[in-house]
Design a protein around this ligand. Structure first.
Ligand SMILES: NC(=O)c1ccc[n+]([C@@H]2O[C@H](COP(=O)([O-])OP(=O)(O)OC[C@H]3O[C@@H](n4cnc5c(N)ncnc54)[C@H](OP(=O)(O)O)[C@@H]3O)[C@@H](O)[C@H]2O)c1
Length: 331
């Protein structure tokens, strides 16, 4: 039997904010499927994460062609959940996918050519068992392909009805300005930009957020919890069920240095003084930027999604709190 969502899921209208200057509203927290949705993960847990998020009002789910492992399996597993549990709710969902990193062998399975992007989108739709995605991204800029070609492929995806909106990820401020101009000329304005942004990675503050505000493009920072570092996960060692212990493809145990843990402990004390968990404070910190529409979290447990939504209860910082965070981060 398909999932029966809780009727109260849209009771809090403040959960949603317009994405840039578009008419599309996104929840302040969105759920990403980079980890915990591959064939090596527990399908029942993956399903529970999606359904609990949806019941809590999280309408946006982010994926990419290569998420797994193996690459593609996160889309296949999410497609199964959509088909079995949420088919009646497709119009309540914002589903994004991307192409830009290695996906298949040969010269047409990577980067930013029209050939790769459009073939990859067709493959993603088959795995997801969908007719269209809501947002299709260029996952990274391609220095060897004219930006007009990559943006032309995104605009074509919209014109062909296979995507409703387009987005950019990992583009610099200059690349974003140029891409936005090309997309505007093609009649397909850029909806959203997906940069890495968290307390330990503040590059977007050096120009990108200003460009997004000026261009009216929404912002969805990825890894706002630094893959779990900005939570209580690693305060006392590396738990066996944590990402660093069981799936260290990207967050490796050697990243969790004594100096980093000392910083995390100080941030944790500050969060407690604000009446928040460290994860909640880290999310509120990203969301404090006016240009940021939604924070793109990951989760391995339903309880983490529930905890993270608590960030919205205390979203503001005093100047003193911000200064103390800066001082801790400066070491
Ligand atoms: N565009 C790009 O290039 C790009 C790159 C990377 C990611 N992304 C997107 O960003 C999404 C999020 O990335 P991410 O998973 O690294 O995000 P994240 O939110 O920084 O980290 C998620 C991890 O933090 C831990 N966590 C979350 N909430 C917690 C809580 N309340 N208490 C304790 N621990 C908590 C969990 O770790 P454990 O697993 O250890 O429990 C969880 O797996 C991805 O799924 C993907 O959609 C995009």
């Amino acid at each position: 039997m398909s999932h029966q969502p809780v009727p109260t899921r849209y009771n809090d209208p403040t959960l949603y904010r317009a994405c840039g200057r578009s008419g599309l509203k996104l929840p302040r927290l969105s759920l990403g499927l980079w980890h915990n949705f591959g064939d090596t993960d527990d399908f029942a847990n993956s399903r529970a994460l999606i359904l609990r998020a949806f019941d809590l009002g999280i309408t946006h789910f982010d994926i990419a062609n290569n998420y797994g492992p193996p690459p593609g399996s996160a889309e296949t597993n999410f497609g199964r959940i959509l088909r079995a549990d949420l088919a009646a709710h497709r119009d309540e969902l914002i589903i994004s996918s991307k192409a830009g990193y290695p996906m298949w062998d040969g010269p047409y399975g990577d980067w930013g050519s029209r050939k790769y992007l459009l073939a990859s989108l067709d493959q993603s739709l088959r795995r997801l068992q969908l007719d269209y995605v809501d947002i299709f991204y260029s996952h990274r800029p391609d220095p060897a392909t004219p930006i007009e070609e990559t943006m032309g492929a995104l605009a074509h995806a919209v014109r062909s009805g296979k995507a409703l909106y387009v987005g950019l990820s990992n583009y610099s401020p200059e690349q974003t300005t140029r891409a936005a101009q090309v997309l505007r000329e093609l009649g397909t304005p850029c909806l959203i930009h997906q940069p890495k942004y968290h307390m330990f990675e503040r590059t977007p503050e050096q120009g990108l957020l200003a460009v997004l505000a000026k261009e009216g493009i929404g912002c969805i920072p990825f890894c706002p919890l630094a893959q779990g570092l900005l939570t209580n996960r690693y305060l006392a060692g590396i738990p066996a069920d944590s990402r660093a212990a069981h799936d260290p493809r990207f967050l490796k145990p050697e990243h969790i240095t004594t100096a980093k843990v000392a910083q995390i402990r100080q941030l944790d004390v500050l969060a407690k003084n604000r009446g928040q968990s460290l994860a909640q404070m880290a999310l509120a910190w990203v969301l404090r930027q006016p240009a940021v529409t939604t924070a793109l979290i990951g989760a391995s447990k339903v309880s983490q999604i529930e905890d993270n939504l608590g960030a919205l209860k205390n979203p503001t910082f005093t100047a003193d709190e911000l200064a103390r965070i800066d001082a801790i981060l400066a070491g």
